[in-house]
Design a protein around this ligand. Structure first.
Ligand code: MN
Length: 195
């Protein structure tokens, strides 16, 4: 059987500063995500999911296996979508056109996405996904949930668990969400579009 591995970050731990500090990356990736990976690997033997893909586990498992697999899938997408901060960072190409088509403008999309993240009660994730027709939708997912569970293709996510921002922003979740636009790697987001 295989073991899941802690993903390697595609940037240095301080590369996202000042939006996300090196210290937050060290805890969030090196402690929280690492624990989910270790937990899942310990739960897999005898579960029937020993050779399953992460997405299959997230769509079919329950309990601790579902929660840990969901958090691994979510965090792999999350940490994999960032790059060093850029002023006026904005999407281009197909993803930009799809955002304008489905939300009216990039500004309107950002406002709706931040509102979904700010109003999500408790721990969870806000997502931009593509549906089966290729249209973009924003969803709120509690705890470890992922849009693949509803047949959606996840493109972009902001983590609103307190562990994602508390060291840098304390209780100011809206400020954290507003700052994250500076570090979104829109080329990576666009590459996740299947249609
Ligand atoms: Mn997290």
């Amino acid at each position: 059987m295989k073991n899941f591995a802690l993903m390697a970050l595609p940037y240095e731990a301080n590369a996202l500063e000042p939006v996300i500090s090196r210290e937050t990356i060290a805890f969030h990736h090196g402690k929280h995500l690492a624990a989910y990976v270790n937990n899942l690997n310990a739960l897999l033997p005898g579960s029937g999911f020993e050779d399953a893909l992460l997405e299959e586990i997230v769509c079919r498992a329950e309990g601790g296996i579902l929660n840990n697999a969901g958090q691994i899938l979510n965090h792999n997408l999350y940490f994999g979508q960032f790059t060093a901060p850029k002023q006026d960072n904005a999407p281009t190409g197909r993803i930009a056109a799809a955002i304008v088509r489905d939300f009216g403008s990039f500004e309107a999309f950002k406002e709706a996405f931040q509102k979904a993240g700010t109003t999500l009660f408790g721990s969870g994730w806000v997502w931009l996904s593509a549906n089966k027709d290729g249209h973009l939708v924003i969803t709120q997912e509690g705890n470890a949930a992922n849009p693949v569970q509803h047949g959606l293709c996840p493109l972009l996510t902001f983590d609103v668990w307190e562990h994602a921002y508390y060291l840098d922003y304390q209780n100011r979740r809206p400020d954290h969400l507003a700052a994250l636009w500076q570090i979104v790697d829109w080329d990576t987001v666009e590459q996740r579009m299947k249609l």
